[in-house]
Design a protein around this ligand. Sequence first.
Ligand SMILES: Nc1ncnc2c1ncn2[C@@H]1O[C@H](COP(=O)(O)OP(=O)(O)OP(=O)(O)O)[C@@H](O)[C@H]1O
Ligand SMILES: [Mg+2]
Length: 490
Amino acid sequence: MDYLWTVGEVSEAVKGQIEVLGSEVIGSDVQGVEASGINSVSIDSRTLEEDALYIAIQGVSQDGHAFVRSAFQAGAKACLVSKDFELDGSEGADGSDCSGGILIRVEDTFKALQDLGAASRKRCTGKIIAVTGSAGKTGTKEALRVMFEKFGHTHASVKSFNNHWGVPLTLARMPRDCEFGIFEVGMNHAGEISPLSKLIQPHVALITTVAPAHIGHFANEEEIADAKAEIFDGLMDGGACLLPADNRHFDRLKQAALEARVQNVYSFGKASGVDVQLVTGEFGHERSVIQADCFGEVIDFSISIPGEHIALNFLGALGCLKLAGCDVLQAASVLSELIAPPGRGVRHQLHLESDVSSKVLLIDESYNANPPSMDIALKNLSALKDSTYCRRIAVLGDMLELGAHSDYYHREIAPLIASLDVDLVFASGEMMSHMFNELPQDKKGAFALNSKDLIKPIEESLQSGDVVMIKGSLGSDMGSVVTALCEKYK
Ligand SMILES: Nc1ncnc2c1ncn2[C@@H]1O[C@H](COP(=O)(O)OP(=O)(O)OP(=O)(O)O)[C@@H](O)[C@H]1O
Ligand SMILES: [Mg+2]
């Protein structure tokens, strides 16, 4: 079967009722409608592909039922809607004709999304990997995706689709003949990962790290570790987990795995005696050269995304490949071609307008920031001291979701910067203002509440030979600074 789903399969999975707009379905028509093929699944009517199933979800601010008509107009083959939905009332009568469109009616469309995800998991005979952790999930998921692609048909989460809708949607999109499925699993609160893991039912679960991200919703880091350990709840019988040996919560994670009766508990990291060990690592500005011992097999490879933390994440990923029965030397060879996902360390060469031979390096870390990733990004910037670049400039926006701990974690950055080879700091956001005030006078560039107001002062300050690292939580909008500088100095 070429289709992702047939209408009949979807309807059966979600216990829905099929209806064809503008006609009554009778006798042999029913079979014809049920056999109609669906090739993609979406909950966003703006990004539909041909022959899609559109699922109308009630969101926080919008009800997806308002876009059913647009979905049909955009080429949806079928729309999954709630029982009492009436098309005519949805967007006002605009004369467009949806006749022939297939509706699948259910009590609760969100539950239907989960049911479809569960049905997809049930029919899949491939190996399933789940990745969670306080940082590095998307980067590691991408590494897993490119490595597994060498060995068979691989399906992976899009972007950071890691929550209560992202995970079932990724499952619902998994091709029926998929040999490897890679799932990113995230959380903001305790209790969120357990049901996602039970839906995914991974054969291998990887925890990248445990650190104070989203700590605003937790009393302490131990609670974060416990929330990550919920990933063990859905692990398949005979499944395995890979845990970060160098993390201060390793023992706690291991204990939780044993209590959850995980049969195969493995570790990765620098410590001796771990299952996937970093034997040697040369961490350059552009790439890392690694020798690792992966379950007794020594492999040499290089990674084009700089940073020891990235190399360690990828050791965990290689452990997953080994556990899935793949050749790890062959797998690791693709890591030299993998580039950083957008906003997570992507490098841009800029040229100042006045001087085409000028050279400025921009490191885009604008997708995300929390205390551990901020710490690492600043240290990596400082380590560029011995490179050909003269000044190291940090442009920092607020780290969000730190709750009562926010003030503490932002202030902590000032002494760190004072101790590092970072020459100049531009900062935006209310929280970063405390950090900025405590910086040594000669490291103060400029401060603005709004990130966009930093663009001009940065432009005025830039000189050939600068390296600029831009980092903040997504909501702090440091991406606007990246875009403006890249456009002006391309
Ligand atoms: N083990 C690690 N420790 C600290 N920081 C890390 C680690 N791995 C990656 N990072 C950094 O964390 C940032 C976010 O990376 P990534 O997007 O892969 O994380 P994520 O867990 O998917 O985040 P999100 O929760 O937003 O989906 C990047 O700047 C990356 O360099
Ligand atoms: Mg992510």
